[in-house]
Design a protein around this ligand. Structure first.
Ligand code: 2AM
Length: 196
């Protein structure tokens, strides 16, 4: 029998959570889209930097690097839908309206984590909230999902404030995976308009 590889560390990533009303709304959308497998509403999130398995004794340095960042808060808006997996899609996601402050936070965090010894993948950052992850879909289902994405291109949410980011641990044991919040890092508050 093949031996199962022992995990070398904790599977961790940095990301943003979402207001409950938006998670619920996305969950309803995912239901309406009849996705082959949906992400549970409480697990919906936006990944900033995926680190994979990190030995617990190396986590402290990454935590300190994240703590030392001083970045401003910002507002985001969910906008449109997208698919990963070219001809055989394996994930459907909600996109975000472009926001330079989000890109800046992601880039600064990734650089700080690399300096602290992490080796995140060099994937281009595509801000997204995965609504469903599933086995690669056959052509008919792929075509249905593509039509749903085109139909959903005009949909979006109101702006919502992002005041912090989070270090998550991903527990793969269960199905679906469960994400545990390990630490939360505040972003700088924006001055109210009246004091400008
Ligand atoms: P996804 O939503 O596009 O699947 C936890 O797995 C989070 O890290 C998910 O949001 C996942 O993105 C993201 N992630 C990024 N790169 C990953 C990788 N190589 N393996 C697993 N998850 C990854």
């Amino acid at each position: 029998m093949a031996k199962r590889r022992r995990p070398e560390g904790w599977r961790v990533f940095f990301g943003l959570d979402l207001p409950v009303h938006l998670r619920n709304r996305l969950a309803v959308e995912a239901l309406a889209l009849r996705l082959p497998r949906r992400v549970a509403p409480e697990d919906l999130h936006l990944t900033l930097v995926f680190l994979g398995e990190v030995p617990p004794d190396r986590l402290q340095a990454l935590h300190e690097a994240a703590e030392a960042l001083s970045m401003p808060g910002f507002a985001l808006r969910i906008e449109g839908l997208g698919l990963f997996g070219r001809s055989a899609p394996n994930a459907l996601w909600a996109g975000l309206a472009p926001e330079p402050a989000l890109e800046a936070l992601q880039a600064k965090l990734e650089t700080a984590l690399r300096r602290a010894g992490a080796t995140p993948e060099k994937r281009r950052f595509v801000p997204h909230i995965t609504l469903g992850r599933f086995p690669p879909q056959p052509p008919e289902e792929a075509a249905r999902l593509e039509r749903a994405v085109v139909a959903g291109s005009g949909t979006g949410s109101d702006l919502f404030e992002v005041r912090d980011f989070i270090l998550f641990r991903s527990h793969l044991g269960g199905d679906p995976p469960h994400y545990e919040e390990l630490a939360r890092y505040p972003l700088r508050t924006r001055p109210p308009l009246t004091t400008l």
